[in-house]
Ligand binder design. Sequence first.
Ligand code: NAD
Ligand code: MG
Length: 396
Amino acid sequence: PRPGVARKVVVLGSTGSIGVSTLDLFEQADVGVEILALTAGRNVEKLAQQALRWKPQVAVIDDETCLPELRERLAGSGVRAAAGAAAVSEAAAMGADWVMSAIVGAAGLAPTLAAARTGAVIALANKESLVCAGPALLAIAREAGGSVIPVDSEHSAIFQVLQRDCIDQVSRLILTASGGPFRTWDKAAMAKATPEEAVAHPNWSMGAKISVDSATMMNKGLEMIEASYLFDTPQERIDVVIHPQSVIHSLVEYADGSTLAQLGPPDMRSPISCAFSWPQRLSWPAKPLDLAAYGQLTFEAPDLDRFPSIAIAREALRLGGGAPAAMNAANEVAVAAFLDRQIGFLDIARAVAGTLERMNGLGELADSVGDALDSAMMTDASARRIAAEVVGQNRI
Ligand code: NAD
Ligand code: MG
């Protein structure tokens, strides 16, 4: 867009942690944006409140039973109300310059793809859509003349320090991980961990699903797959290091012995800002990094015995084909069952591993033939069915 002209934007998942941070950044940075659409899952009250403040053309709620209430709250405002999954994808494809993809889970795949087909710049927080169908999503965006800019803080860090001219000299991508709330817990305590304990993240305030993923460290597993697709790097060259302060957001190691890192206080508005203005930078009252106040930054190797999800994800990435999509779907089912108190904390990784084993045995993870997208969706559905059975057998 020309300078001085408001950018047309769509925020998918506007009522969530990333969605709220995105709207807050627009306010803080005082950028000219014209919001075409805001979308949410079922939080009508917050969606209506945001719509009255930002006056998008349309506010979309995924859950159709919420439509009458949304209509009522928006009556007379000039903002159209819509509902249903198809309406969310239509909103994604309204022709925005920039689309924030911040729906949680594989539910974000269809709308993100719809946005990618329009050639928009996609600010991608919804890592599950990449894990599910990364190569297809990236190819579709590229063909449409758009781009995908990562919002996940680790990938934003790598995106920022990756020297495109030296891509062949990158020896390793190093993802940092906070270690989550159970970093120092023993296995016996972890077995009894409650949903409340699992969602209490030490450094970041996030949605429930990603908070549980951080506690199991499946979040880092998903992020390894995300990094592999985004930066075209095989799993052998992606490492994970625990860094409890979450100040170094990730690193790129080059073959000449030099390693570049990106740092900042843990605040998702910073990677969102980067994805909004890249290759330029926005200025807004971001909190400066006070290294002396931190005193020290520490690092440790991840414990794969207590956090097997990292190894499970590495194996899924190595297997390729439908394995990452199946792993993601099984994880969504298992995390929901844990949050619903049907299974214990350590059963989450067991259920994911069990689902992958069963599907591999059935030959359902083989490399996709035909439309990669269709096969990703089929693998997702079949993994959800099998994971529900596996979860049922582990029910407490
Ligand atoms: P959240 O649960 O706070 O918000 C999710 C949003 O998606 C909400 O607006 C919700 O209404 C909407 N939604 C949920 N189910 C939906 C459905 N079926 N259809 C349409 N909309 C639906 O989650 P979050 O923490 O904001 O995370 C969003 C995404 O960003 C996730 O993929 C997460 O992994 C990723 N991410 C989040 C953070 C963070 O700091 N929160 C950091 C990195 C990556
Ligand atoms: Mg992250």
